[in-house]
Write a protein that binds this ligand. Structure first.
Ligand SMILES: [Zn+2]
Length: 420
């Protein structure tokens, strides 16, 4: 599946360097198995190259192996943020258009590199980047630079420009005399423009397609979304749809998108359709709650607290219906890059159990990405993407906001064992 850049991997047997002794071993008091929700005590993970070779309790470590003994920590798979914007680094309360007119594309790319590094160091070893917000194809460049080892950052799946209906996405309120003012997404009108946008974006390196199915009101038509899905699926790319309104969500699911992003107000029937079709709900409650703490007046506070209550109902209804849930922080501000784990904290506040919350950004997230054979669990053949926290994340989910060790592809990027 997915990116042109990202080749398809088979099992560990197909790897050239899978033979012979492991290169390194990690030992920890325990490892959280996100599939079963149980801990493996006295855990040992053997690593060969960039992959996991073996996992188990008290495994024999061959002599000559480089051992990283992390002591009393809890080891886990690297986390996956399914809704992020690494190419955007807003200041608080800055207008959107300012990003577009005051920063060069070169500067946007460098900001992306800084955001990527912060995100990786927070324990997020994979990111699905859902729209580069007017930074051209800088997200493709960042993904490729990370893959080549030029820049520190998570594995990335990138959506490039995003697709929105003409006039229905940022920046709003620009003079009509400025016909070529830059926009935060590729603006289309009609099915042929929709088709062209998908082809263009994939041609320039998109791993997935992001659309805005609504913006306060439904925007793209059902026919436009259908064509987008048809073109994307033909080339084995998934479609992620921003949709918050009941009708926008219903349109996007009916047209066959692979995930609903945010999904504030789905009705039960649409959730049941999502369950049937296997459409993911990608929640971004972390950013909603973080922003509501910034409310400056009573009216805003009431609006935001009502929305938060609505989200609580949506989350429990989606769980009741059995919709697959993934999540992301929707970080686009300097203040939130690297704070991605707040999404998990808020999910638990909304009544999700800690293990189910963790699954939304490991097991389920990997399935959404089409990368279940690479990331999301600590199993032989998967990338050696591992994190550690000092305490027990099932007892205190905020432990994930304090990741002390990060390994990506067998290389330590934070904590004990990091090359000097
Ligand atoms: Zn977003």
């Amino acid at each position: 599946m997915v990116g042109a850049y990202c080749t398809s991997f088979g099992n560990s047997q197909s790897l050239d360097n899978s033979e012979g002794p492991p290169d390194s071993a990690i030992r920890a008091a325990r490892l959280l198995d996100v599939k079963t929700g149980a801990f493996i005590e006295d855990a040992v993970v053997l690593i060969k190259g960039e992959r996991i070779a073996a996992v188990g309790a008290g495994l024999l470590i061959p002599s000559g192996t480089n051992v990283i003994d992390l002591g009393s920590v809890t080891l886990m798979p690297g986390l996956i943020d399914c809704h992020n914007h690494l190419m955007m680094r807003f200041g608080p309360d800055e207008p959107y258009y300012k990003e577009l007119v005051t920063k060069s594309q070169a500067y946007r790319a460098l900001e992306g590199a800084a955001n990527a590094r912060e995100t990786l160091h927070a324990g997020f070893t994979t990111v699905r980047d859902v729209g580069n917000k007017g930074s051209g194809y800088a997200d493709v460049a960042l993904r490729d630079a990370i893959n080549k080892g030029l820049v520190d950052g998570p594995r990335m799946l990138v959506a490039t420009r995003g697709i929105a209906a003409v006039g229905q996405y940022f920046p709003f309120g620009i003079s009509p005399d400025l016909q070529h003012f830059p926009t935060g997404a590729q603006m289309i009108s009609g099915v042929e423009e929709a088709r062209r946008a998908v082809r263009e974006q994939i041609g320039h390196g998109a791993d997935l397609i992001k659309i805005y199915a609504d913006w306060q009101y439904p925007t793209l038509t059902l026919d436009e979304i259908r064509v987008i899905v048809e073109e994307a699926h033909k080339l084995h790319r998934k479609v992620a749809a921003h949709a918050t309104t009941t009708e926008g969500i219903r349109n996007a699911v009916t047209a066959g998108v692979d995930s609903i992003e945010h999904g504030d107000e789905p009705d039960r029937e649409t959730l049941e359709m999502m369950k049937k079709k296997g459409t993911f709900l990608v929640l971004t409650v972390g950013i909603y709650f973080a922003l509501s703490e910034r409310a400056t007046n009573e009216k805003q506070r009431v609006f935001l607290s009502q929305r938060n209550e609505l989200l609580r109902r949506t989350v429990s209804l989606a769980q009741e219906v059995g919709v697959k849930i993934a999540g992301g922080m929707d970080a686009a501000e300097a203040a939130f890059h690297g704070k991605n784990a707040q999404q998990l904290t808020v999910l638990v506040q909304l009544g999700v159990t800690p293990i189910d919350a963790i699954r939304t950004q490991t097991l389920n997230a990997a399935e959404l990405l089409g990368w279940s054979d690479r990331v999301g669990t600590v199993e032989p053949g998967r990338f050696a993407d591992l994190i550690a926290v000092d305490g027990d994340p099932l007892a205190d989910i905020t432990e994930l906001e304090r990741v002390t060790f990060v390994m990506k592809g067998g290389l330590v990027v934070k904590g004990q064992g990091k090359p000097r």
